[in-house]
Design a protein around this ligand. Structure first.
Ligand code: PMP
Ligand code: GLN
Length: 384
């Protein structure tokens, strides 16, 4: 009944795959390497800062753009890590997770008749937000094994109706980190066609061999890029839902117009805590990445030994595998059966593709879990 009442614009958007697979993990008591969330809390001082803010009475509506100190901390972070300068009063907006930053941007800039070019596989909220705006998505496929950016395919996807380009680097689910040459090629086309880029950089600090380069730092891109990030991944507080974006004042004003009426503001006591997090010393970021690199290598070796073809990730906390080496072809069927077979949950990457042939054999595993959990998952997968 409820589904019948859903507006046709959102036909096909049922439950998110992440929620569905986490529910399956809970129901079957499986190890959940599906939805990307850590199974340990982030830094204690950040947690304590949130508790202190709550006790200190920071529990009413914060300012619409976000509390000034968090906007300052975001601006300092862009300067510290990338040499990018943003005015905390006019060029930074705090949002309810990166998800809201993405939705509000698409709703602010796009409408019926507009096209949004999105590299695929894409994060699942992108097509949903494009549909909510009544716009049309135009996918450009990143193909295994290296998921290289095909500038000719990208150029061919641009039409006079193109309003926005969605870029995600480091990239979920493939773990790809876009190179300077790829970003430069993409930037050149965007400048030529006067396009705005939404750069989803929530995994900016989860990079192993490669270097993360914000596209906003390339010549001609700063004022046509909306850079989005979030405290969820960098500080292991995915449930706090504090995100942000940095852009030129006109773009921030446009997105804020929508954000005001989606949520108005975002979690007051978490905002000072995230300001504390963004100012943590380099040692925090290094230790976090070192731990995740170890876990990536552990799970990658386990998956290889179990017979999966591993597409080695340079960033994020996901490993995309190809199951054809296991004699399987259908990632969706494989993931639905995996809990019963061995008690492990993973994500079928096909749901993140329009090109379902390309996505069919790909399965994503998350490695942001305690080492003993990964060890147990590897032992179970070894029985396949
Ligand atoms: N973009 C990507 C690529 C993601 O993987 C996620 C999931 N964390 C998000 C955006 C959403 O982030 P948040 O939880 O901060 O809304
Ligand atoms: N970003 C997380 C992932 O890719 C999931 C977040 C969500 O469930 N919406 O696993």
């Amino acid at each position: 009944m409820a589904r019948e009442r859903l507006h046709p614009r959102l036909a096909g958007f049922g439950a998110t795959i992440f929620g569905e697979m986490s529910a399956l993990a809970a129901r079957t008591g499986s190890i959940n390497l599906g939805q990307g969330f850590p199974d340990t809390d982030g830094p204690a001082e950040v947690l304590e800062a949130a508790v202190a803010a709550m006790r200190d009475g920071q529990n009413q509506y914060p300012p619409a753009l976000g509390i000034p100190d968090l906007r300052l901390a975001i601006s300092e972070h862009q300067q510290r890590f990338y040499g990018l300068t943003y005015d905390p009063d006019t060029e930074v907006l705090v949002t309810t997770g990166a998800t809201e930053a993405i939705a509000a941007t698409i709703l602010a800039l796009c409408g019926p008749g507009d096209e949004v070019v999105s590299l695929e596989p894409y994060y699942d909220s992108y097509p949903a937000s494009i549909a909510m705006a009544g716009a049309r998505r135009v996918p450009v496929t990143l193909r295994a094994p290296d998921f290289a950016f095909d500038v000719d395919a990208f150029r061919a996807a641009i039409t006079p109706a193109t309003r926005l380009v969605l870029l995600n680097t480091p990239h979920n689910p493939t773990g790809k980190v876009f190179t300077r040459a790829e970003l430069s090629a993409l930037a050149e086309v965007c400048i030529e066609h006067d396009l705005i880029v939404l750069a989803d950089e929530v995994y900016e600090h989860l990079v192993y061999e490669a270097v993360h380069l914000p596209i906003a730092s390339l010549p001609g891109m700063r004022d046509r890029t909306i850079t989005v990030s979030s405290a969820g991944k960098t500080f292991s507080f995915t449930g706090w839902k504090v995100g942000w974006l940095c852009a030129s004042p006109g773009l921030v004003t446009a997105v804020r117009t929508v954000k005001q009426f989606l949520t108005y503001v975002s979690g007051a006591p978490f905002q000072p805590a995230v300001a504390t997090a963004l100012r943590l010393p380099d040692s925090y970021f290094t230790a976090f990445v070192d731990d995740l690199r170890y876990k990536r290598d552990l799970l990658a070796a386990g998956l290889s030994a179990a017979g999966f073809t591993v597409h080695h990730p340079q960033g994020t906390y996901f490993i995309t595998t190809d199951i054809r080496s296991l004699g399987e072809a259908d990632g969706m069927a494989f993931c639905r059966a995996l809990p019963e077979r061995v008690g492990v949950v993973a994500i079928p990457a096909v749901v993140l593709y329009d090109d379902v042939v390309e996505g069919a054999p790909l399965v994503r595993f998350a490695f942001c879990k305690r080492r003993e959990v990964l060890d147990e998952a590897i032992a179970r997968l070894g029985k396949l």
